[in-house]
Structures are given as C-alpha cells and as structure tokens.
Design a protein around this ligand. Structure first.
Ligand SMILES: [Zn+2]
Length: 194
C-alpha cells in the first residue's frame, strides 16, 4: 500500500518541527487511511476503480467517532521525485517552530482564566466567544455546510481550526481566508453523493 495515495491526519508544522509538534499536538494522533477501498481515489497516476456509492460507504465506516476526534484531514497524494527535490524556497523548520510556539503562547494567555490551553479544547460557549467571524466568513461557512454536506460536528471543528490559523498568522480576527482554509481540512466529512 506504500505507493498509494493516502490521507494523513496531521498539520503541516507537525511534520517539520520535532519536539514542538509533540508538545503542541499532544492530543493528536496521525491515523492514516486510504481515500477509498482501492486506495487510488485522487491519485494523479492511477485510476480509482471504485464507484461513488462504494466510496461513500467506505468513508462512513471510518467516520463517526473517529472523525469527532480529528480536527484536520489532509489529502496527501503521491509526490514525485521532482517535487520533493525542488529547490523552491520554503519556510524553514525553525521559522515554522517559532510561529507555532507564538500561536501556542497566544492561546495559553487567552484561555488562562478558563483553565484551558488551546483552541481545540474550547467548549461551545467559549467557541462562540472566541471564534467570532464576520459576515463574509459566515456566508462561506454556511455555503460549505450546505453544499459540501458537512456534518454538524464539522462546523465547530472548522471554527477552531480557523481560530488557530489566525493565531499562526498573529491576527486577532479570524478572516474569511482562514475559514476557507479550515474548510479544506475537512475532506473526509464531504460526501460524494449529493
Ligand atoms: Zn478507489
């Protein structure tokens, strides 16, 4: 299965920042699963043999309680060697680590009085207080909920991830772009049958 496309549940920073990622994502696990029964859905090189009904049924089996605990789903297609060996400038591990630690400190300070340390721990009440979005972002989220068939549980997860993206950018306010990015991390919540 190693040569197939797969979904890894992780955050980009977690793959590059050593100790920091372990502390930051101490509640996180990185389960890996195939995107469909044959394993090739979304693969640029191999054709998926599954029909939408089979894929939906397959995803329903891995959803529910598992997805309730996972904030971010990222599709990780096969990467060919040219892309891996590309010399395009990228943010260094040290830079990412500094950004993540700053976001972490922001969250600890923000939730100190509530006895919490991270966005992921927010209760529904605190979520409404700290994950306020403007009408543009709200419209996007509503659109996604309806058109991508997101489950109700995905709604709060998206807001928490959007809050984290704003923190990583050092911004007080969650923007529409943060919500859009967070929506993209709910791949497994989308159904293929509409
Ligand atoms: Zn398939």
């Amino acid at each position: 299965m190693a040569d197939q496309a797969a979904w890894v549940v992780a955050v980009r920073a977690a793959d590059h920042s050593g100790n920091c990622s372990q502390r930051l994502f101490s509640y996180w696990r990185r389960p890996r699963c195939n995107p469909c029964p044959c394993g090739y859905y979304g693969d640029p090189k191999r054709e998926c043999r599954c029909n939408p009904m089979q894929i939906t049924r397959y995803r329903q089996r891995i959803s529910g309680p598992l997805l309730d605990r996972i904030d971010i789903h990222v599709e990780v297609p096969n990467v060919d060697y040219r892309q891996i060996s590309s010399t395009a400038p990228e943010e260094s591990s040290a830079e990412i680590r500094a950004r993540v630690m700053a976001a972490r400190t922001l969250q600890q300070d923000r939730y100190r009085s509530a006895g919490l340390t991270s966005n992921s721990a927010l209760s529904p009440r605190l979520l409404r207080q700290h994950c306020v979005i403007d009408s543009e972002a709200s419209g996007l989220l509503e659109h996604a909920m309806t058109n991508l068939n997101f489950s109700a549980r995905a709604h709060d997860r998206i807001l928490k991830v959007a809050r984290t993206l704003a923190d990583l950018a050092g911004l007080d306010n969650i923007t529409a772009n943060h919500v859009l990015e967070a929506i993209q991390y709910r791949t497994l919540d989308r159904t293929l049958l509409t």
